[in-house]
Design a protein around this ligand. Sequence first.
Ligand SMILES: NC(=O)c1ccc[n+]([C@@H]2O[C@H](COP(=O)([O-])OP(=O)(O)OC[C@H]3O[C@@H](n4cnc5c(N)ncnc54)[C@H](OP(=O)(O)O)[C@@H]3O)[C@@H](O)[C@H]2O)c1
Length: 240
Amino acid sequence: MNYLVTGCSRGVGLEICRVLLSEGNMVYGVARSYTDEFKKLESEYSGYLYFKSIDLSDCENIHKNVFKEYVTNKIQLDGYVNNAAMAYDDIVTNLNIDKLKAMYNVNVFTPMMITKYVLRNMLLSKKKGSIIHISSISAHTGYKGLAMYASSKGALEAFSKDTAREWGQLGIRSNVVVPGFMETAMSASLTEDQKDRIYKRTSLKTATCVKSVAETVAFLLSDKACSITGQNVHVDNGTI
Ligand SMILES: NC(=O)c1ccc[n+]([C@@H]2O[C@H](COP(=O)([O-])OP(=O)(O)OC[C@H]3O[C@@H](n4cnc5c(N)ncnc54)[C@H](OP(=O)(O)O)[C@@H]3O)[C@@H](O)[C@H]2O)c1
């Protein structure tokens, strides 16, 4: 199977690549930085893992950068994982429109444009593909300082549900994985006290396991999940 995974350079995206590769798939990764961690995985799975450095904030040039110069229609896509994202954290009274737009470019507009071309690729090759968006528990429970970030994830959830409705007749599925708090670069600026307060809101009282998120993504991409579409699947340690 051929999969396009964004945000592959570290954290959840790198783990998704690792799980998909371990199942014998081909993975086309996108991020800005070509990290040592990614290179290590690339050497373990030579010929199965590819990388192109693309700044996904440039939503105007997505077709050229991703599809004309990298994942062309010669590559028949079976799935797309929209994992790359950035967090703009602040309280609403400090909202800055330029920062909000910059985050929406990466978290919402680019994934929507990529979905457009992924669907076209799948339609051309008559593939019953699967699309996964990575959301966040903050869109469901609410956290102080995350209103802008959470709103970008809420937009993706609505987009996914309606994509599922629009293309289900052709066998194309779209689902969302909703992770809880994970220990990655994105959450590295939180203090131990802030993390403890977040963990207290979960049933399992700990950070969400990155591998569990990646395994869920791989399951939803696979035929094992052939009857699952338009869903939000929470992998969040039972966050209340
Ligand atoms: N960490 C958490 O607690 C948490 C909780 C819930 C949901 N999530 C979601 O889980 C997903 C993965 O997050 P993570 O924790 O693994 O974060 P991370 O470690 O910060 O990784 C983010 C990935 O996105 C890529 N990226 C960011 N901006 C980009 C841009 N402009 N162009 C291209 N690539 C870009 C980064 O690559 P480069 O920097 O190399 O470009 C990196 O590979 C995200 O959708 C996030 O919103 C995270």
